[in-house]
Design a protein around this ligand. Structure first.
Ligand SMILES: *[C@@H]1O[C@H](CO)[C@@H](O)[C@H](O)[C@H]1NC(C)=O
Ligand SMILES: *[C@@H]1O[C@H](CO)[C@@H](O)[C@H](O)[C@H]1NC(C)=O
Ligand SMILES: *[C@@H]1O[C@H](CO)[C@@H](O)[C@H](O)[C@H]1NC(C)=O
Ligand SMILES: *[C@@H]1O[C@H](CO)[C@@H](O)[C@H](O)[C@H]1NC(C)=O
Ligand SMILES: *[C@@H]1O[C@H](CO)[C@@H](O)[C@H](O)[C@H]1NC(C)=O
Ligand SMILES: *[C@@H]1O[C@H](CO)[C@@H](O)[C@H](O)[C@H]1NC(C)=O
Length: 399
């Protein structure tokens, strides 16, 4: 019963709503409810724009589209302006849709749809045309750049509307540039500059200019790799810490510089290397096959490129293995290390011991360890206190 009543009620309310809507519809059919509806359109330049004007309840009144210059484009299905880019898509009493292909920036503006009732009803649709930015170009690269030069990299993109956004990246890490805008006609030329002092760490670094715009699905990017020329920086590495007579010994002259400095020149005590078979020079390396104490002295390597000359020195002191004793330097070193380790371990044991003593003291005070072997509570407390005192003493002992 209740279900039936509910169904009847539901049906009734549904019907009532349908009649309400129908009533509204019939009301809208009067000329007062007769109005054109349009929508704003955004299109990328070169694309196609559909301009739609709808009249839901029309008593056969004509529709018209006109452009921002108030020129009629279509009156119903009749073409009024001679522009091959503008075509009819659909013409009925309910709808007038036209298509503008190969849209240019100058097509942008307010288009009007008119419904020729008495008085005429109009509605506006704004056509927005996006200007596509050109591929970014980077200028200001001096190839190669010299260390300490101050250079300005400039990235330029033109033709964007609205103005495109330029971002700079130094090896994927964003860096801040300065921005400059110029309007050229309806679009913009955007320029961003990056000024910095060239460092040798800039050698091989990629500078990327990225252009972002709503007309692009992914940013346009241009990358330039900086080449930096710098004077050599030298350093000598040696194969032994404590060179001894009779040992094999090698010095290496590590040089960085761009262009790479070549060749490396070795000298000893301000003069040429002694002409002996034991001394071999191979590129950056100087090898002494059997050390002799006559090899003592200052060794120097020198290298240059067109930006300058640099040098590094190493003072060789050949130890007499007999003078060092039987233990040898390595044994002495190991001995030293062992001594340090033992010392640290001892320190740790002492610190840990003190820590334990302090905690044990607290533990005894609280838990009254004495209670276990005490005949009564009083003795237990006394015992506990005694233990506590003992712990305090221990602490003092460790301090
Ligand atoms: C414009 O209308 C035509 C025809 O209805 C349709 O094929 C096309 O996809 C529309 N273009 C746009 C950009 O809406
Ligand atoms: C509208 O035009 C159609 C023919 O295109 C005609 O049959 C109809 O009577 C007209 N309606 C009105 C309200 O003028
Ligand atoms: C259409 O564009 C115009 C101009 O840009 C704007 O004032 C208006 O609010 C827009 N209308 C709608 C429905 O978005
Ligand atoms: C903008 O115009 C000024 C003056 O004509 C010019 O100096 C400047 O370089 C231009 N900037 C851009 C980004 O084109
Ligand atoms: C070192 O050189 C001197 C002279 O050239 C030579 O007499 C001596 O035997 C050498 N010592 C060693 C350990 O080779
Ligand atoms: C070289 O070193 C030895 C110690 O091994 C020293 O006795 C000697 O005087 C040094 N010779 C020179 C030329 O410096």
């Amino acid at each position: 019963m209740i279900v039936k009543q509910c169904l009847i009620f539901l049906l009734y309310s549904l019907c009532a709503n349908v009649f309400k809507v129908a009533g509204m519809k019939s009301k809208a059919k009067g000329s007062q409810g007769q109005f054109p509806i349009t929508q704003n359109v955004t299109v990328v330049e070169g694309g196609t724009a559909n301009m739609t004007c709808r009249v839901d309840y029309n008593d056969n009144t004509s529709l018209q589209w006109s452009n921002p210059a108030q020129q009629t484009l279509f009156f119903g299905d009749k073409k009024a302006l001679r522009d091959h880019r503008i075509e009819l898509v659909r013409a009925s009493w309910q709808e007038l849709t036209i298509r503008i292909s190969d849209v240019s920036l100058s097509d942008e503006g307010q288009y009007t749809c008119s419904l020729f009732t008495m008085p005429v009803k109009t509605t506006k649709a704004y056509l927005t045309v996006l200007g596509i930015p050109g591929r970014p170009e980077i200028t200001g690269f001096t190839k190669p750049a010299m260390e300490e030069d101050v250079i300005t990299l400039t990235c330029t993109t033109s033709g964007s509307k609205p103005a495109a956004n330029i971002r700079w990246f130094r090896n994927d890490k964003e860096v801040q540039g300065t921005k400059e805008l110029n309007a050229t006609g309806k679009s913009f030329t955007v320029r961003s500059s990056l000024q910095f002092e060239v460092d040798k760490r800039d050698d091989g670094v990629a500078y990327t200019c990225s252009v972002e715009h709503e007309s692009l699905s992914k940013p346009y990017m241009t990358t330039e790799v900086l080449e930096v020329h710098y004077a050599p920086h030298l350093e000598i590495t040696h194969s032994l810490i404590i060179p001894q007579e009779g040992q094999y010994f090698k010095l290496e002259c590590v040089s960085i510089g761009n262009p790479p400095p070549e060749p490396v020149l070795w000298s000893k005590d301000g003069g040429e290397l002694p002409d002996i078979e034991r001394m071999i020079v191979e590129g950056r390396e100087l090898t002494i096959t059997t050390l002799n104490k006559t090899d003592n002295g200052t060794y120097r390597c020198e290298a240059s490129n067109h930006l300058g000359t640099s040098s590094a020195e190493y003072i060789l002191y050949v130890y007499d293995p007999n003078a060092l004793g039987h233990h040898g330097p390595d044994h002495a070193l190991i001995g030293g290390v062992v001594a340090v380790v033992v010392f640290i371990t001892l320190c740790l044991i002492i610190v840990f011991g003190r820590y334990l003593a302090r905690h044990k003291g607290t533990y005894l005070t609280h838990e009254a360890k004495g209670a276990e072997d005490a005949p009564d509570a009083d003795t237990a407390i006394i015992n506990a206190e005694g233990n506590h005192v003992h712990a305090e003493e221990k602490k003092e002992y460790f301090i």
